[in-house]
Design a binder for this molecule. Structure first.
Ligand code: TDX
Length: 375
């Protein structure tokens, strides 16, 4: 019989609901839960433009019938309260990982409404359904129940050259996207303080890895490079992000949800602070090695108009989750970037399929309203 190494950490939480499980981080989490636990998994997803289940299907094919039997998809929009309520009744979760969110800053600049609806109203509907569900649970299940809200470091705004964000940082979101994530964090905290829902929040830095929809910097730069398009760097390329490999993030989520203190939040960073220019240069170097062209990929780099309200620097102090819960990232930025670049070279069909489905082909977004933009 297969030993499921995660069952111990899940500590009797046998029914797990993942919202946004067809997204990039949610998918990585579900794959891990399918292979390393015996829990039943419910994937609640609206199947928007960036959603995709290929990675989960691949994992299920590998694991066989027992994994298929433990996995159920609930297709619905969190903005619809009745549907959410129904889904909670079906899933009867012991643990919720709330990952569903619109997450691309550039898109939030062009079309903020979607972000208000998914990220704020969606979280509110979920919390309200959970409140009724949780209140009616028998005491034992009530005690083990956890609502884990997955958020971002962007809620803290921007850093200068010095310092790092921590759990004590002040909320100062700058983009429509980060403002909606900050709002959802506040809702989760309020539902804990007021109604007693056992919540945990994590705020992570920039994720990357295989299976990410190619609109964020790393997968987009690789895709455009391989398709002989311009690799766009916003502004002077000196903005800094703290890159976190998605599998390290998933390890952090599992620890925080199950071992974290109720009502607390934990910052998860990647120890991968790098300027955007250096990220793109590293990608070009890897492509030159792994998929050489007649010309150096660097010649495709183009510096373009900056993102409105562009946050200068993000960096995370992960001390609390390390010391209190023993989490540590296992992958260096260099190694995991190489794995990621290789994966995109070998899976160009997958990107093209997603682009065809969504009608987006790697073009610039986020400047639709730039006539109002004052620098
Ligand atoms: O083509 C590009 N060129 C470029 O220079 C793109 C898409 C981005 N950039 C810059 C903007 C940022 O400084 O690269 C940096 C990273 O950009 P994104 O990948 O869009 O991520 P970011 O804006 O930092 O936000 C991300 O981190 C926190 C995620 O999108 C969020 O979902 C997450 O919460």
């Amino acid at each position: 019989m297969k030993v499921h190494i995660l069952d111990q950490i899940l500590n009797n939480r046998k029914r797990i609901l993942v919202t946004g499980g067809a997204g990039f981080i949610g998918g990585a989490l579900i794959r891990k839960l399918l292979s390393d636990s015996s829990a039943k998994i419910f994937n609640l997803d609206k199947f928007g433009y960036a959603s995709n289940q290929d990675s989960i299907n691949k994992k299920i094919n590998l694991l066989g019938q027992s994994a298929l039997e433990r996995y159920k998809v609930l297709k619905l929009n969190l903005a619809n309260f009745d549907q959410v309520n129904q889904a909670i009744k079906i899933a009867k979760p012991d643990l919720i990982f709330h990952l569903a969110a619109e997450s691309h800053v550039d898109r939030s600049i062009d079309s903020p409404y979607e972000f208000i609806s998914s990220n704020i109203l969606g979280t509110f509907n979920l919390l309200e359904s959970v409140r009724t569900f949780w209140n009616e649970l028998p005491l034992k299940r009530k005690e083990i129940f956890r609502f884990h809200h997955i958020s971002t470091d962007e809620v803290y705004g921007t850093l200068g050259n010095e310092g790092k964000f921590s759990e004590l940082s002040t909320y100062r979101p700058n983009s429509p996207y980060s403002a909606t994530k900050a709002s959802s964090d506040h809702l989760v905290n309020a539902w804990h303080q007021t109604y007693g829902i056992p919540t945990v929040i994590t705020n992570c830095s920039n994720n990357f890895g295989p299976w990410q929809y190619p609109e964020k910097l790393i997968p987009l730069a690789i895709f455009n490079a391989l398709h002989e398009k311009k690799i766009r760097i916003y502004g002077d390329g000196q903005n800094v992000r703290d890159w976190l490999y998605v599998e390290d993030h998933v390890d952090g989520l599992l620890i925080a949800a199950n071992k974290g203190k109720v009502g607390k939040s934990y910052c998860i960073g990647g120890f991968g602070e790098t300027t955007n220019k250096d990220v793109v240069l590293k990608i070009c170097k890897l492509l030159n090695k792994l998929s050489p062209n007649k010309t150096d990929y660097e010649t495709q780099i183009e510096y373009v108009e900056d993102r409105p309200g562009h946050d200068k620097r993000y960096a995370i102090d992960s001390d609390l989750i390390q010391k209190e819960l023993g989490w540590i990232p296992n992958n260096s930025f260099e190694e995991s970037l190489e794995i990621t670049v290789k994966w995109y070279i070998e899976n160009q069909d997958w990107c093209e399929k997603l682009f065809l489905k969504s009608g987006y082909f790697g073009e610039r977004v986020g400047l639709k309203n730039n006539q109002n933009y004052k620098n």
